[in-house]
Design a protein around this ligand. Structure first.
Ligand SMILES: Cc1cc2nc3c(=O)[nH]c(=O)nc-3n(C[C@H](O)[C@H](O)[C@H](O)COP(=O)(O)OP(=O)(O)OC[C@H]3O[C@@H](n4cnc5c(N)ncnc54)[C@H](O)[C@@H]3O)c2cc1C
Length: 302
């Protein structure tokens, strides 16, 4: 090989510790079951492997949990999509503190706390995401949010540095944490409130029953589509604008809870996004409220 050819040869891709899949379809990893592929999907072995990979990788990075708040566009996501798995799924309880890996499902966190006689985390039982997604979204319901129970979270930043941030450092607001989009939560520590396990279980069952009644929890959906404007309910505004049941292609505004969009099986991400934008325009015209997406729309449109 001569000198010119040598300089034109691209550097070999970094070797990542864990599972890497090129052009990995993301639809199966999201609740909506729509969207294109990740250029690279990476499941790191542990946080040291993740830190090393981010240090060596020079393109864009995006973490995903179980995609319960994600609308991945049909053109997919460029760069490295990081999905935490087995190496981030431990729960460790000492006294009233609960340390949970970022891949732990919220429901499992609630159940482990209940068995250990720690209350205050019942609200997580019905949220279908992971601990990482809960920290990033400040997930919450029934008057309690992640920020009310979280002590600290460990994060791997884009340059590969790993830091533990306190609750105050995380700058929580309504469905928001002040973290860069490419920062990855690997673990979080929560404080529970000691209580009788049976009493906690009963509270949890009551919350679950209320959710089943009010939300289309068995559909392909992304949960609440729009944030509630201050002092208002998004669903009430959507209903008043005549959008209950509205359809675009295979996408529909839920008849049961009209702040939920549903994929009937044949929807594209474009159908869902167009439907959401149509709802926004109609609500603006009807009430003057400009709704803001709570669902994260990511990736490229086709
Ligand atoms: C039926 C249904 C009901 C729902 N009910 C509620 C509810 O009551 N309350 C509520 O708050 N939400 C609710 N949601 C929305 C959703 O479950 C939450 O936002 C949840 O926290 C998202 O977690 P996830 O792991 O699925 O994250 P994803 O949807 O995969 O990602 C959401 C965001 O978090 C980021 N993210 C994911 N993992 C990490 C990580 N490890 N580190 C850093 N960032 C990360 C992603 O980049 C993205 O920006 C509901 C959703 C559905 C489908």
């Amino acid at each position: 090989m001569n000198r010119v050819q040598e300089t034109l040869t691209p550097p070999p891709p970094p070797v990542f510790d864990g599972r890497v899949t090129e052009h990995a379809p993301l639809a199966p990893y999201t609740w909506f079951r729509v969207g294109g592929a990740a250029e690279m999907l990476y499941a790191p072995r542990n946080s040291a492997a993740l830190a090393a990979a981010l240090h060596d990788w020079h393109g864009p990075v995006m973490p995903i949990g179980v995609g319960s708040n994600l609308l991945v566009r049909d053109g997919g996501i460029d760069g490295l999509v990081v999905r935490l798995g087995r190496g981030f799924a431990d729960i460790d309880i000492k006294g009233d503190t609960i340390r949970a890996g970022a891949a732990v499902p919220d429901a499992k966190l609630a159940q482990a706390a209940q068995r250990a006689g720690l209350g205050g985390l019942e609200f997580y039982r019905g949220i279908p995401g992971t601990v990482g997604g809960a920290v990033r979204m400040n997930a919450g319901c029934h008057g309690t949010e992640t920020r009310d129970r979280l002590i600290e979270a460990t994060i791997v930043f884009r340059d590969g540095t790993l830091r533990t941030l306190s609750n105050a450092d995380l700058g929580f607001a309504y469905r928001h944490a002040a973290l860069p989009e490419d920062a990855i939560v690997t673990e979080a520590v929560f404080r529970g409130i000691p209580d009788d396990p049976q009493t906690i279980a009963t509270r949890m069952e009551t919350l679950m029953a209320a959710r089943e009644d009010a939300q289309p929890v068995r559909e392909k959906t992304g949960g609440s589509t729009f944030r509630n404007p201050p002092g208002e309910s998004a669903w009430r505004l959507i209903d008043a604008a005549g959008c209950r049941g509205l359809r675009v292609g295979g996408a529909q505004v839920s008849e049961k809870h009209c702040n939920f969009l549903i994929n009937h099986g044949e929807a594209t991400a474009a159908d869902l996004e167009t439907l959401g934008e149509t709802v926004r325009a109609r609500v603006l015209a009807a009430s003057g409220h400009d709704l803001h997406w709570e669902i994260r729309r990511v990736g490229r449109a086709i």
